[in-house]
Structure formats: structure tokens, C-alpha cells
Design a protein around this ligand. Structure first.
Ligand SMILES: Nc1ncnc2c1ncn2[C@@H]1O[C@H](COP(=O)(O)OP(=O)(O)OP(=O)(O)O)[C@@H](O)[C@H]1O
Ligand SMILES: [Mg+2]
Length: 292
């Protein structure tokens, strides 16, 4: 199971002592994993649904977004600070969708994405190509609408998940609205789930966004972890990676929470650093002195 290179603690300390260089990320990770007998690094900044820690806010957002899919709501919105778990949530939703009933598509918005850019991404994800380089809107929209209708005939529904939606301009958001209007008298044929930074909400309060914002009546907000959640989160990640959560001393957790503000990505970064520093020092337990 362990694919990490084996690194001898003393060798690494000596090498650093001589050159003064900080070992590369992979080496620090391998050292920490070996020293504390994890199966894998518990605090990697990767999005792995296995590590999903269900805080009240994350659970609430998950349920609301799932409800949009199951109850044919046109648009759902989840906002949060950077590093709080939006992309993780998109991955969890994607892995849980039933392919017999849903056709999930993930679109990653980028700065300045236009309505044409959005439709192009969507068409590409739906494998509707090849499309002419400068295809006008109707040449993009037509095939997408046809696909939506075909899916409906086959008893399936298009679920569009847009991550980083704060990058969408006003025209791209109007296109989200147009897409969300594809419907039969009895129900919506598409559900669009938007995930973006909290700043997206400020923008949505401007008058030109009113018509699209009205559509987003199912909204959720992820928030950073509180002190108790931070401690549970750290212990949970240790357990999932096959380690002992008791390696962290009780006074580690409040300090880690204070330094990270409870933002999971920051908690991961701090814990990863502390694991390495403690491993390098040959410590069996990790207190706040290893936080930096
Ligand atoms: N509830 C959670 N349970 C487990 N891990 C989490 C949770 N929330 C966030 N994380 C972890 O924190 C890190 C950052 O999460 P993620 O990338 O999903 O944040 P984000 O909100 O999409 O950030 P950004 O706005 O910068 O894209 C990832 O390693 C992720 O696995
Ligand atoms: Mg993200």
C-alpha cells in the first residue's frame, strides 16, 4: 500500500544541517507518513471524498444541493470562503449521482468567461463537437437543447455543476438563466448548481443581476470550522488515513484553530507542516510548538 519513498529521519536531518535546504514537499510528506505510521498523508491539499467531514454547514449545503437535483429545482447556489470545501462538495455530488437518472457535467468557470465560453465548455463536456471555432450562440444552444430533450426521453436529466461561478460575467449568468428555463409544463429539465466565493453574493445584489438571483432561491453557505469542529476534523483525517489521532496533544487544536481561522485548507497546511517538524525532531506527540 505504501508507495512513498522510504526516507531515514537521521539522513534527512543531516542533509538539511549541511545544506540548509528545506526538503521538497514529497520528502516532508513521506517522512511524516513513515514516522507517524500513516497509510497515506492525512493532510494533503487534494479533494478526496473519502475525507469528507460532515460539519453542520457542509451537511446542510450537501442536502440542499441534493434536493435541487431530486426535486427539479432549476438553480442552486453554494458560496464560501476560499479553501472551505466547495470543490470537495462538487466531487461528492458528482460521485453520488445515479448515472441511470442523471447526466452530470462539471464546468470550471474562469476569469471573464463569456456566455459563448460557457456554452462551449458545456458542449465540449457533452461531447457535442466538433463545433466551428466562431459558432454563434444558436449553433451552440441548439445542440445542447436537443441533448437535454434526448436525455429526458431516455429518463435522464442534465445536471450542470459550475465551480468558481464568481468568475461568470453578467451575460454568462443570463445564459445560466436561459439554460435553467428549459422545461416542460410540469418540470424543469436541467438543474444547475453554482459554487463560488462569498463575494459572488455581493455582486448578485446589484440590480442587473436581480432576475438571475431570484432564480437562486435554494442557497447554502459553507463556513469555516469552529474550534470543536477543527479538533474533530483533524482527528477524523488521522483516522481515515490509518493513523492515531492521539499523536496531536490537546493543546495543539485550539492553537491550530486560531492560526487557521478554521479554514480546512489552512488546517491541512498547518497540520502537514507540524507533522513534518515533529517527525524531523523525532517527537512522538505534536504540540503547538510545531505550528508555524
Ligand atoms: N468538510 C470537509 N471535509 C474534509 N475536507 C475538507 C472539507 N472542507 C474542505 N476540505 C479540504 O480542504 C481543502 C480545500 O477544499 P476545497 O478545494 O474544496 O475548497 P474550495 O472552497 O473549493 O476552495 P477554492 O475557493 O480556493 O477553490 C481540500 O483539501 C479539501 O479536501
Ligand atoms: Mg474550489
Amino acid at each position: 500500500m505504501d508507495h512513498h519513498p522510504i526516507i531515514d529521519v537521521t539522513d534527512l536531518t543531516d542533509a538539511r544541517g549541511r545544506s540548509g535546504a528545506t526538503p521538497a514537499f514529497e520528502e516532508r510528506s513521506a517522512l511524516a507518513v513513515k514516522h507517524f505510521a500513516f497509510r497515506e498523508n492525512p493532510f494533503l491539499d487534494s479533494v478526496n471524498p473519502q475525507y469528507f467531514f460532515r460539519t453542520e454547514a457542509h451537511e446542510d449545503a450537501y442536502i440542499k444541493m441534493k434536493k435541487c437535483i431530486d426535486e427539479h429545482v432549476a438553480v442552486g447556489l453554494t458560496t464560501a470562503l476560499s479553501g472551505t470545501g466547495k470543490t470537495l462538495l462538487t466531487q461528492i455530488l458528482l460521485t453520488e449521482l445515479d448515472p441511470r437518472r442523471h447526466e452530470p457535467v462539471l464546468v470550471l468557470a474562469y476569469p471573464g468567461m463569456t456566455k459563448t465560453g460557457l456554452l462551449r465548455e458545456l458542449a465540449a463536456e457533452l461531447e457535442l463537437g466538433p463545433l466551428p471555432p466562431r459558432a454563434p450562440i444558436h449553433m451552440l444552444m441548439g445542440p445542447i437543447q436537443e441533448r437535454i430533450a434526448d436525455l429526458y426521453q431516455a429518463g435522464r436529466k442534465l445536471i450542470v455543476i459550475i465551480d468558481e461561478c464568481h468568475f461568470l460575467g453578467v451575460d454568462a449568468l443570463q445564459m445560466v438563466r436561459t439554460l435553467s428555463n428549459v422545461e416542460l409544463p410540469e418540470r424543469k429539465l436541467v438543474t444547475i448548481l453554482l459554487f463560488g466565493e462569498d463575494s459572488f453574493l455581493d455582486k448578485m445584489h446589484r440590480p442587473q443581476y436581480a432576475s438571475i438571483f431570484n432564480r437562486m432561491f435554494v442557497r447554502a453557505r459553507l463556513r469555516p470550522l469552529d474550534a470543536a469542529e477543527t479538533e474533530q476534523y483533524i482527528k477524523f483525517r488521522c483516522l481515515v488515513s490509518g493513523g492515531n489521532p492521539g499523536i496531536f496533544r490537546p493543546d495543539f487544536h485550539p492553537r491550530c484553530h486560531a492560526l487557521s481561522g478554521g479554514v480546512p485548507r489552512e488546517v491541512n497546511r498547518l497540520c502537514h507542516g507540524a507533522l513534518f517538524e515533529a517527525a524531523r525532531a523525532g517527537a512522538r506527540h505534536i504540540g503547538p510548538e510545531f505550528l508555524r
